[in-house]
Design a protein around this ligand. Structure first.
Ligand SMILES: Nc1ncnc2c1ncn2[C@@H]1O[C@H](COP(=O)(O)OP(=O)(O)OP(=O)(O)O)[C@@H](O)[C@H]1O
Ligand SMILES: [Mg+2]
Length: 410
């Protein structure tokens, strides 16, 4: 499983028409994979004819996977027939008997998302489906990074800001930064902007796919860093809902290779959604008992949600030295949390509070650079695997294109 696909996949449907027993078994065990919790997988014994029969009566799902024994022109012709009954947003993957580069090229040029050779092992099947579903969102190649505190006030917002400056200035990454705290947001203080919109307005714009309105809520912090300047929401009104926020993230991920979310001050359901969708989760704690206890519980919950592992979590211990004699030593933190801290950041009120008071960038001076150095192993891990691309292309490869392309070819 790649870092790209190790996320909770979007709500979608996948129908598989198969004959090969091994591939069928693999498809049936997809339900045990935490990433597929919102994906409805239907496995049916059959082939392209069975699929054609199905979609005469019911709407085709996000993705159709069809096994075939023949790959000649008659099969291509039947795919054309299938495309007539498929919704224009349905993608298709073909599983065939032989490894044939020409056939692969021919099928992909006709709009088929992928061609695989049977039997398809579980690993390949889950990876190919996950990649196709992410591609459909138009978010392929983009990374979602969530930063969450074990409790309030541990420095989640401050460290997210350091990360945002480092990503955009040191790593030259086009990045969008946003939080989910609504009226409780303090993001503007450190970055230096006045919130110009509410989170409710932002999710509404995303829901309407109104990117112009959304763009008016952007604060350009530097060449590479954009901030969604929300926060004028009334503090005592209801938060936006998790599914609305997720739709906003989906829109942002189509235009920004890095989407960085400060989750401090967000409601739990929203935290959960972003934790499950994020490629990387940064968990901030301080080295004191109350914070560490919460960090341990949160880690256990994340493990439970993600199939027993929390492989994409990084532990940041912040404000070390604030109360030295009362703090838990690093080695004891690792033992208690069963998790080795990935970064340790010293307590430095002059730097952090000074930057806030004077409206300066935390990362500007020598001390700020040292905080970036402490976070560097995490930053390289975030960006190291796979290529981040500027994602402006249309998600392609839907089966409805097939008919058009076939007629063009003649
Ligand atoms: N390492 C540090 N040393 C000194 N002060 C720090 C450090 N990290 C953060 N701070 C300061 O601690 C205060 C709380 O930080 P911040 O607002 O980032 O926390 P938070 O976890 O986001 O809080 P909330 O739960 O309210 O969102 C801020 O004034 C910040 O500048
Ligand atoms: Mg905060």
């Amino acid at each position: 499983m790649s870092a790209e696909t190790n996320i909770l996949l979007p709500t979608s449907g996948v129908d598989l028409f198969l004959k090969d027993k091994e591939t069928m078994e693999a498809a049936r065990s997809l339900v045990d994979d935490w990433r597929f919790a919102r994906v409805t997988v239907n496995v049916e014994e059959g082939d392209v004819e069975t699929a054609i029969g199905s979609y005469q009566n019911i709407r085709s799902p996000s993705l159709v996977i069809i096994e075939t024994d023949t790959t000649d022109d008659s099969f291509i012709e039947r795919l054309g027939a299938l495309s007539e009954y498929c919704s224009e947003t349905t993608n298709a993957i073909i599983i065939g008997p032989v490894n044939d580069v020409n056939l692969y090229r021919n099928l992909t040029s006709l709009g088929i998302s992928d061609y695989l050779v049977k039997p398809v092992p579980l690993e390949t099947l889950s990876e190919v489906i996950a990649t196709t579903l992410i591609e459909k969102l138009g978010a392929k190649g983009s990374r979602l990074i969530g930063v969450v505190g074990s409790k309030g006030g541990v420095g989640t917002t401050a460290l997210t800001q350091v990360l945002a400056w480092a990503l955009s200035e040191e790593m030259d990454q086009k990045t969008i930064l946003l939080d989910a705290a609504g009226g409780w947001s303090s993001l503007g203080v450190g970055i230096g902007f006045e919130p110009s919109a509410s989170l409710h307005e932002a999710v509404k714009a995303a829901e309407n796919k109104d990117e112009d309105t959304l763009a008016r809520m952007y604060h350009k912090a530097n060449d590479k860093l954009t901030v969604l300047a929300t926060g004028i929401d009334p503090m005592l009104e209801t938060s936006v809902q998790a599914n609305q926020y997720e739709a906003l993230i989906d829109v942002l991920m189509t235009s920004y290779p890095v989407v960085l979310v400060d989750l401090s001050g967000a409601i739990p359901s929203l935290k959960k959604t972003i934790i499950n969708r994020a490629h990387e989760l940064l968990l901030v704690t301080t080295p004191v008992l109350s914070s560490l206890r919460a960090a341990r519980t949160l880690l256990q919950e994340v493990k439970l949600l993600q199939g027993g592992e929390a492989s994409s979590v990084d532990l940041l211990v912040n404000m070390v030295g604030m109360a030295s004699s009362k703090e838990v030593p690093k080695k004891d933190i690792a033992a208690a949390l069963e998790y080795e801290p990935d970064a340790v950041i010293p307590f430095d009120p002059k730097l952090f509070l000074g930057a806030e008071n004077e409206g300066k960038k935390i990362t500007q001076g020598k001390e700020g650079k040292e905080v970036i150095s402490a976070l560097m192993p995490i930053l390289t891990k975030l960006l190291g695997e796979g290529d981040l691309v500027d994602n402006t292309k249309e998600p392609g490869g839907v089966i409805a294109d097939l008919l058009g392309k076939m007629t063009q070819k003649k």
